[in-house]
Design a protein around this ligand. Structure first.
Ligand code: SF4
Length: 308
């Protein structure tokens, strides 16, 4: 691709794409107490804790931390050794993070008159707060962040919109797709999608991904991504296709292989690698499970239907 060539992988009309993700998030998201607050101090604590630990494992330590030091003033006044001891007692990873958090609380009081800075740039002045954490706090506390671009987001954009593996392009596309002024809801939603649906082995149908109708990977069956260099487990992707066969047959009384194939994958070609042979294999698994029957009438072309 020549320098300066535009890469426009996103659909022309972004509104339905945005709306699908935001309403999915509204309905389905996991509830975490730091998602119920806009207090930058509490959000910063959750961000620092989650740098090394999964979200569901920090619920209790987070609650205990903000119970013990409920405000930035309280944390700044704490003895650093107590904060570090809390960190290691709760197995929260590198103790330096506790030291930095304590230091950052002091900075908010001394350098910012007790008011958290609200933009990603200034937030980075706080000890231990890098660009990612600064943007997360700006988004979740002040609704004033940029689009988050982490491994999860890259994986989603790469799969869904065939975005090339290039950080500058990821950043541009992530910014374009985020609705203006909605960084709190949007960043939460896309990170949740990466955390529970578009994981390394995606759960497109199982978790009802809201982007299936636009998703390039879903159409082609190629679920590789920058952090998933080889096709995720065969069973994972095969399960997706089985789901699609069942859905397509649910909408029709019966379908011949060549009518069914293109509804299951866009690159279906009767004689190709993903053609009749491949489809017969899927149908035979589904028949073994008692979900589908395949019949060849008078030796003609086989048709598939749901077993009812
Ligand atoms: S349809 Fe599947 S691959 Fe595509 S974005 Fe959703 S979970 Fe990821």
């Amino acid at each position: 691709m020549a320098d300066g060539d535009a890469i426009e992988p996103l659909p022309d009309d972004l509104e339905p794409v945005r709306e699908a993700l935001l309403s999915w998030y509204e309905r389905e998201h996991r509830e975490f107490p730091w998602r119920e607050t806009t207090d930058p101090y509490r959000i910063l604590v959750s961000e620092v804790m989650s740098q090394q630990t999964q979200l569901d494992r920090i619920v209790d330590p987070w609650a205990a931390f903000v119970d013990r030091w409920p405000t930035v003033e309280a944390l700044a006044a704490a003895d650093r050794a107590d904060v570090v001891a809390f960190w290691s007692d709760h197995s929260l990873g590198y103790n330096n993070r506790a030291r930095y958090l304590h230091e950052a609380a002091g900075q908010v009081l001394d350098e910012f008159d007790g008011e958290f800075p609200s933009d990603p740039e200034t937030l980075q002045a706080l000890q231990g707060v890098g660009p990612y954490t600064a943007n997360a706090v700006a988004s979740f506390a002040f609704d004033d962040g940029d689009a988050v671009v982490d491994t999860n987001v890259k994986r989603i954009l790469y799969r869904a919109f065939d975005v090339p593996d290039d950080d500058a392009v990821f950043e541009r596309v992530a910014g374009e797709i985020m609705p203006g002024g909605e960084s709190r809801a949007w960043n939460n939603a896309i990170m949740e999608l990466g955390g529970v649906v578009c994981q390394q082995t995606p759960e497109c149908d199982g978790e009802g991904c809201p982007w299936r109708e636009w998703c390039h990977a879903y159409q082609t069956g190629d679920f590789t991504a920058p952090d998933v260099p080889t096709q995720p487990s065969f069973e994972g992707s095969r399960r997706q296709f089985r789901g699609r066969v069942v859905r397509a047959l649910g909408e029709h009384d019966e379908l011949s292989l060549d009518d069914l194939g293109p509804k299951v994958r866009v690159d279906y070609a009767p004689e190709g690698e993903h053609g009749r042979e491949w489809l017969r294999g899927l149908l035979s698994d589904l028949a073994d499970d008692g979900l589908v029957e395949v019949e060849s009438r008078d030796g003609g072309e086989p048709v598939a239907r749901l077993r009812r």
